[in-house]
Structure formats: C-alpha cells, structure tokens
Write a protein that binds this ligand. Structure first.
Ligand code: GLY
Ligand code: MN
Ligand code: MN
Length: 436
C-alpha cells in the first residue's frame, strides 16, 4: 500500500514544480456506462490516484501552492446514509482530511461557488485539457466567473498549461513503495501464466485458458490490466487479437499477453508455449531467436543507456536469426538499413510501465531518446509473426506467432526482471507442462 504521506509528498513535489502563482486542477475519472444502466468497473484516473489515493468518482483535487489557509483541497461526495446503503461507504469530506491528508475538503456540489475564488489571483492553471469535454467546459465557466469580476479588481489567470509535462515526469520515476506494488502485480500475473501453461491442452478453447487468468487475478485481489490476448496458432500473429474463442489445436503454439493490475499498478507479460507441451523444430528455431532477442534487449535496460538501445539490440538479434534461418537474405547491416525484418517484427520492443500499461512519460527529450535512469520500468517484448499467407516463406513456418514480454526495472546495477516467475526458457516450459 502507498502510505498517505507518500501521496502528500507527491503533491508537495508537484506544487514546488508548478510554483506559487499556479493552481493545479485534477478531476477523478467519471463513471462510464457499459449498456443501459450497467457500468464498467470503476477505475480511478491514474493521475488523480497518483496525487490522492482517493478511489471515488465525483471528486476534484485542487492544489494551490503557497496558499496560507490550505494548499491541498479535495471536492468530493458527502457522506449519505441512504446512498451508502446502496453503493457502499464514502469517505466524505471528513475522510478526505483524516484518511487522505487533505488540508481541506468541500462537498462536490459546492465546487461552483468555491473554485472560482481559488482560481482568482493565480497566474497559471495546470490542467489536462481535452481529456473530459464536460469538465473542460466547467473549467471555462469557473474561469469566466473570475473574468466577469475584473472591473471589481479580480485577477483572472492568463496562462493555461498542460499538466502532463510536470506530472508525467514525476510518474516516470517509481518510488520504493510503487516498485513493491509493481513486483506484486508482476508476480500475480506470472503465477497466472504458469497456471495457464499447466491447464492448456489440445481441444480446449482459448476462453477456457483466459478463465485461468481471471481466477488467478481475482484470487489475488487483482484485475486484468488490459484485455488479455489468448491466441492459438495463427491467432498469435494478430497483434491485438481479443476474440479469445477458438479451439486450441495439437501442434500449435499459444500466445498469451495478459497482465494483472494490483492497487492500480499494471504488469504486462507475454508468454508463448506449445499447446501440446512440446515445441516442433520450426517453432523452437523461431522461439530461440525471439528469446535471444529478448535477453539481448533486457541486457540494455541499464542506467545510462538510451531508451532505443534495447529495441536496437532486439532487432539486430532477430535480423541475424532470420538470416541464419533463411527467412531473410543478405547481410545483417543491409537488412537493418532496409527494415526488411518489419515483415516479421512490426512493433516496438517496449514501453514505460506503471499505473498505466502504456505508462506516461516522454520517450524523447528535445528530439533525442532519453537516457534510462534507476526507478524507470519498461517492458521488453520482441516477437516474430509469420502470417499464414506470408509469401516467400517455407510453408512449415507459416502461421507461427511468438512474443516474449517481461517487465524490467532500471536499477543502479543489473536489470531487475520482475516478471521472471513465468518460465520462458523452452526446456523449462516443456518440463513444467510435462509435470501435470
Ligand atoms: N499488452 C499490451 C502491450 O504489450 O503493449
Ligand atoms: Mn503485453
Ligand atoms: Mn507491453
């Protein structure tokens, strides 16, 4: 669990960066309708969570750096005996102060009356424009209320700044507490992949294997961090395959990309293994290339290396392997220059990981890939995908899709692979699947 004092520290850091003439406004995620009167499971907005730890909808966090009376203010739902009988407990304004360390809290219904007064006199407004149109309009309304009072001496803000520049740079560096939760999220997901390897067999359906993940996640108080991809055979070549409803065939591989979210922190793991427990020679030769590329990539996840170094290492290893196997022709350098590998490997080797699966933070600074620093977390996920109708490839390789994805922490020393609990060594996978 992240302690209230860590949330307070984040708010202080952000206020220091924003400056004493600024105001920061962050809204909670709205509840979203799935169909008729049924809602999607509620998930707090990652930025709002990062700064408050407050899990309810209908809330707005306002930071007013340097304000004497109170710097951190939460607008939230009031306690309501009747509503709480239906929907469960609410923190209320008292809880916002007592349990969440806010300096002050007001009912969300009073925001129209109070927020313009907090905006007045502040030069800059830090806010996520364009994320929630309804809230954008409300903010314009509050600012206009201040503008309407200029003749009476009110000072409206004259600068509107994207909050993401400051906040997302903070989120990129994970604290010890965050890393603890990320290790747990990865451990839960790795355990689920092991469960799936044990359960899978020819004749089962992809959705039955997906069920293993849901069981493992919910048993550990986690939820999926994104829709799992469970693709047997050629379905593994469909990068965003989500149908998860085809039968698993003897002799096919099964590609599973599934991660857990634990206390709002995501893991993101892919494993590919034979449905019948034994790799064919063709599957194994391609698998060995992907694994070598992944290990070469992980070895570049080190402080001081640039973000693109691990992608380059993976691409080079894949290109070399495909030439050796006869699927590409010519020199490694020429194939790299001409991007011929993109026929078989068409995505990047990874992304930031954190509260969001594709976590926030700039990949480049002034056009140059940024340098990795301790506390950053990335995925390393090379793959090879040979479409069933791929031309110029021997038939025995067609319809094979392989990806191996781990979650890796940049440290002062060696890369820390936090998803290592799911085997990826092909012999280890076969051994695990043989032990039923
Ligand atoms: N599961 C999403 C990704 O691998 O990026
Ligand atoms: Mn993934
Ligand atoms: Mn990923």
């Amino acid at each position: 669990m992240i302690e209230p004092k860590e949330f307070a520290r984040r708010r202080r850091q952000l206020m220091r960066m924003a400056g004493n003439d600024a105001i920061v406004i962050v809204a909670a995620a709205p509840e979203r309708v799935r169909n008729n009167d049924a809602h999607y499971p509620y998930r707090q907005d990652s930025d709002f969570h990062y700064l408050s730890g407050f899990a309810e909808p209908d809330a707005v966090l306002v930071l007013v750096p340097g304000r004497a009376a109170s710097e951190t203010i939460l607008f939230c739902r009031e306690r309501d005996r009747e509503r709480e009988r239906w929907d469960g407990p609410r923190a209320g304004t008292e809880g916002a102060i007592a349990a969440h360390g806010m300096d002050d809290a007001f009912p969300i219904d009073d925001i129209d009356d109070i927020l313009p007064g907090l905006i007045e006199g502040r030069t800059r407004v830090y806010y996520h424009f364009g994320r929630d149109t309804e809230f954008d309009l409300k903010l314009i309304g509050w600012v206009n209320r201040v503008r309407a009072l200029v003749r009476q001496g009110a000072k409206p803000p004259h600068e509107f700044v994207a909050l993401s520049h400051l906040l997302h740079d903070l989120r990129l560096y994970k604290s010890r507490g965050e890393l603890r939760l990320m290790r747990k999220a990865a451990k839960i997901a790795a355990g689920a992949h092991v469960r799936a390897m044990r359960a899978a067999r020819p004749g089962m359906n992809e959705h039955e294997v997906e069920a293993e993940f849901l069981h493992a996640f919910r048993s550990n108080d986690a939820v999926p961090s994104y829709e799992p991809i469970v693709g047997g055979g050629a379905n593994g070549c469909v990068l965003h395959y989500r149908a998860n409803n085809a039968p698993l065939r003897d002799g096919d591989l099964l590609l599973i990309d599934a991660g857990a979210e634990y206390q709002c922190y995501a893991s993101d793991i892919t494993r590919t293994f034979p449905v019948n427990g034994r790799f064919s020679p063709e599957q194994r030769s391609l698998y060995d290339i992907v694994l070598a590329a992944q290990l070469a990539g992980i070895d570049e996840v080190r402080a001081g290396r640039t973000f693109d170094a691990y992608h380059d290492a993976a691409v080079r290893t894949i290109t070399r392997g495909l030439i050796k196997l006869g699927l590409l022709e010519g020199s490694v350098e020429r194939n790299l220059r001409e991007h011929t590998y993109r026929k078989f490997y068409m995505h990047k080797t990874g992304h930031w990981l954190g509260l969001d699966v594709h976590d926030v933070g700039d990949y480049r600074i002034d056009g140059e890939f940024r340098v990795l620093e301790p506390g950053m977390v990335v995925t390393v996920e090379p793959g090879i995908y040979i479409a069933p109708d791929q031309k110029g490839v021997p038939a025995r390789f067609r319809g094979i899709g392989i990806r191996i994805e781990d979650d890796v922490v940049v440290t002062d020393g060696d890369p820390e692979v936090i998803s290592a609990g799911a085997p990826k060594d092909p012999d280890a996978i076969e051994a695990l699947m043989a032990r039923q």
